[in-house]
Design a protein around this ligand. Structure first.
Ligand SMILES: CC(C)(O)CC(=O)SCCNC(=O)CCNC(=O)[C@H](O)C(C)(C)COP(=O)(O)OP(=O)(O)OC[C@H]1O[C@@H](n2cnc3c(N)ncnc32)[C@H](O)[C@@H]1OP(=O)(O)O
Length: 259
């Protein structure tokens, strides 16, 4: 397992676990942390022993946003021509295996945006979500204006982005930003359990299910349904489809080989 300075990486059964670990700065997402996160996510995606990934932070903070101190003196040409935020922040979107964000404490600015780039969010009861960039004289720059509205609708997205206020876990669940709220003490266990269920299925079908759902962000309904149908048909070329359906007919547990 690779050694990192600002994240911790381990496996729990078939689940890859990445923990953001920069406590002195509430896991502020500096360049080094984002580089390490990208490497760890790609490593788990390439690891055949891993079927799903959990991304988490500390009890106090999932992540308090991009590192303000690191970016405060940057100029327009610097951020524009280097494509600041850009691809490096979007590595999580390229991961084929499911990625669950397990969020306790602050998920603000880039922290909220990073959680929204994951496939789903489970929140601890103390979680606080927000896009406070407006208080810094900027706007969200890692997809917050686009993903938040798709999750919570226009009124609440405008409310959060234009006031910069925080939303607690209960409100985030009511607004459909998170799938489930659990006690902070059991957050990781619940997230790893859910990831373990996903990892127990055939990887090609899990990866295609994820791809099809995410495609709904980009496609019309007609295009999306056609895309889904193509993926659905292609799964009949896998051994795992034969195994899954044979196991059902023979009343036994399937033995998926990810093939
Ligand atoms: C990605 C983009 C493009 O969308 C842009 C962004 O993400 S901009 C950043 C958006 N996030 C914020 O504006 C949140 C900033 N942080 C806070 O408002 C507060 O820290 C808090 C409400 C999250 C927590 O407050 P508190 O409990 O009082 O702790 P602090 O003493 O403020 O913080 C402890 C320590 O962490 C440092 N810190 C916190 N957040 C950041 C950050 N985003 N960047 C850099 N450093 C951060 C804070 O400065 C403290 O460190 P010291 O100054 O004591 O060394």
């Amino acid at each position: 397992m690779a050694e990192y300075g600002m994240i911790k990486v381990e496996t729990r059964g078939k689940v890859g676990l990445v923990t953001l670990d920069r406590p002195a700065a509430l896991n502020a997402l500096c360049d080094q942390l984002m580089t390490e996160l990208g490497q760890a996510l790609k490593g788990f995606d390439a690891d055949p022993a891993v079927g799903a990934i959990v991304l988490t932070g500390s009890e106090k903070a999932f992540a308090a946003g991009a590192d303000i101190k690191e970016m405060k003196d940057r100029s327009f040409p610097a951020v524009h021509f280097e494509d600041f935020i850009g691809n490096k922040w979007e590595t999580v979107l390229t991961i084929k295996k499911p990625v669950i964000a397990a969020v306790a404490g602050f998920a603000l600015g880039g922290g909220c945006e990073l959680a929204m780039m994951c496939d789903l969010i489970i929140a601890g009861e103390n979680a606080k979500f927000g896009q406070p960039e407006i208080k810094l004289g900027i706007i969200p720059g890692a997809g917050g204006t686009q993903r938040l509205i798709r999750a919570v609708g226009k009124s609440k997205a405008m409310d959060l982005i234009l006031t910069g206020r925080m939303m607690d876990a209960a409100e985030a669940e009511r607004a459909n930003l998170v799938t489930r709220v659990v006690p902070v003490e059991s957050l990781l266990e619940e997230a790893v359990k859910m990831a373990g269920v996903m990892a127990s299925y055939s990887l090609p079908s899990v990866a295609m299910a994820k791809e099809a759902v995410n495609a709904a962000y980009e496609m019309t309904l007609r295009e999306g349904v056609r895309f889904e149908r193509r993926l659905f048909h292609s799964l009949f070329a896998t051994e795992d489809q034969k195994e899954g359906m044979s196991a059902f007919a023979e009343k036994r547990k399937p033995d998926f080989r990810n093939a």
